[in-house]
Design a binder for this molecule. Sequence first.
Ligand code: NAD
Ligand code: LMR
Length: 335
Amino acid sequence: MFSRIAKRSFSSTAAANYKVTVLGAAGGIGQPLSLLLKLNHRVTDLSLYDIRGAPGVAADISHIPTNSTVNGYTPEDAEGLKKALTGTDVVLIPAGVPRKPGMTRDDLFNINAGIVRDLATAVADHAPNAAVCVISNPVNSTVPIVKEVFKQKGVYNKNKLFGVTTLDVLRASRFLSQVAGTDPTTEKVNVVGGHSGYTIVPLLSGTKHKSTLTNEQRDALTHRIQFGGDEVVQAKNGAGSATLSMAQAGARFAGSVLKGLDGEKDVIEPSFVDSPLFAEEGIEFFASEVTLGPNGIEKIHGLGELSNFEEELIKTAKVDLKKSIVKGQAFITKA
Ligand code: NAD
Ligand code: LMR
């Protein structure tokens, strides 16, 4: 802590020191995500953990000349997970199995729920103050699992738990730009709800194309954003789901969390968080824009003005969301 403050006060351009840990770092997402994190100047200590292969990934990435040390750990070192987590500021969790064609994200629950529960237990034990960014599917259930584990351990902080929905946001920008014929880097779409099929709700009425998109274009775009993951699963034909675009999404989200921790102002990203927006209806988590700050979430934004079409999408999303959240909670509380 002292070195972080000292560095900043001596030079306005000095990078802050942050430790970031990737759990599942040798996987399809984990490897490119770790690479992108190695390129982030705010990351000075990168810890990679996987049940297999993380030391090799760490050795490889460590040759890139940026200002961070990289260490890889596996369970062969009995203290590996503890070492990966101790003192970390941000934990990203892409550990778990991906979909094959014909599967829903919920079909991954039986395997991934246990993986996420066990990793969350280790995070609660060794890095209870870290910001935790959950990538493993089904996100709508795995994030509530982390909450319940942390609650049982007495270390839950709702401002530091995030379901990573950034890939939906990237897809929305890209797909909208293809329809509108614009530069995708200038397209910003807020995507709310959750991260699975009809729970993914892009708010296209909040974009600059609100009045130019036809209803047919709006419907087709919305469907493509909701089911964009299926396009990749089908194209990979049994070899997994989105990994490279997800790595970019995860690196962007982690970068924003780090900017917030580092005191940068007005850092806003949509994320699936413990939210008051629909809590009265028993929906404890909802994705919407959040402002990120030194203590994690500083503000959860409302949804703003919605079109009738979007109101209907939200209604549908809430039904699926509630079931997935309750399923995740019950996995821990009824175990
Ligand atoms: P993958 O199989 O390529 O990699 C998963 C990695 O997790 C493997 O290296 C595996 O060894 C590791 N692992 C398994 N159990 C572990 C444990 N207990 N501890 C540490 N590591 C463990 O899969 P992938 O393509 O990288 O996808 C990973 C997950 O991310 C999947 O559940 C997938 O559905 C999800 N995903 C989410 C999003 C999103 O937008 N949130 C996008 C794409 C994929
Ligand atoms: C995605 O949106 O690409 C991920 O959630 C992976 C998947 O299963 O589609």
